[in-house]
Design a protein around this ligand. Structure first.
Ligand SMILES: [Zn+2]
Length: 264
């Protein structure tokens, strides 16, 4: 190999795209989010987060939050993000709980009504219009077979961000669709498992959005708070921007040039 070809090879290997310009020279971003307004979130999880001064995003369901209304208003006052998760939580009818509200039987019109009803309730209850949405069960369609339609456009028109569930990678801030963000499962992970996912995001300067449900020790769909405390400490010592989906989503929206902005 000649000296010139060696030089060209070396340039090809080192010419990586410049990393996304996270604020304050942060190396990656991390959002903690929790779904359904499960009671353990206000009873156990939010007091834990308040103690260590970390803000998270909560995708609320009115069927649950109305049963702990004062606690949820206090969570909002403490700076946690109040976000949207539909009114009726429709998912594929293959889940027994969704048999009578199956996405296969929904239309875009029915979904739009569901979304707008939940927004009105949140505005009336909390005095804020939610900008973050999480797809129930991570599913983004209505109808079936040849008549299946995506409801991502409904979300793009109403919210800054839409988050999925049980996705296997963190978001690339330079190109991700803010209306179809990847959401990585957090429940039942050990600290080493959480750390491995954050390390992968750190390596490529990505935005990891964790999605959990119950907050406590162990159990079905439960985020372990001891493991989460270790993760938060690790994020703080490794120059990770830890913030709500709304705050990081807004920064990503404002700071990239090559993709079309999300519809507002
Ligand atoms: Zn849910």
């Amino acid at each position: 190999m000649t000296r010139r070809s060696l030089l060209l090879t070396s340039i090809a290997i080192t010419a990586q795209p410049s990393p996304f310009p996270w604020p304050n020279n942060r190396k990656a971003a991390l959002s903690l989010s929790f779904d359904d307004a499960r009671h353990s979130q206000v009873d156990t999880g939010i007091p834990f987060l308040n103690k260590i001064q970390v803000k998270a995003t909560f995708y609320l369901l009115s069927s649950n939050y109305t049963k702990r209304l004062e606690a949820w208003k206090a969570a909002h006052a403490a700076g946690h993000e109040i976000a949207h998760h539909t009114k009726t939580h429709p998912c594929t009818g293959n889940y027994a709980f969704a048999k009578n509200k199956a996405l296969e039987d929904y239309t875009l019109t029915k979904m739009a009504e569901d979304l707008d009803t939940a927004t009105d309730e949140i505005v009336t209850t909390f005095g804020v219009k939610p900008t973050s949405f999480a797809y129930p069960c991570g599913q983004k369609f209505v109808g079936r077979g040849a008549n299946t339609q995506s409801y991502v456009p409904l979300i793009a028109k109403r919210f800054l961000t839409g988050r999925g569930y049980l996705d296997e990678a963190a978001n690339d801030p330079a190109i991700c669709d803010l209306s179809a963000l990847m959401g990585t499962g957090l429940d039942n992970l050990t600290f080493p498992q959480m750390k491995a996912l954050l390390d992968a995001a750190l390596k490529d300067g990505r935005w990891l959005i964790f999605a959990g449900h119950e907050m406590g020790a162990i159990g079905n769909q439960t985020t372990n708070l001891e493991a989460l405390a270790e993760l938060i400490a690790y994020a703080k010592t490794n120059n990770v921007w830890l913030d709500t989906v709304a705050n990081i989503g807004q920064f990503v929206h404002n700071n990239r040039k090559s993709t079309a902005p999300a519809a507002q």
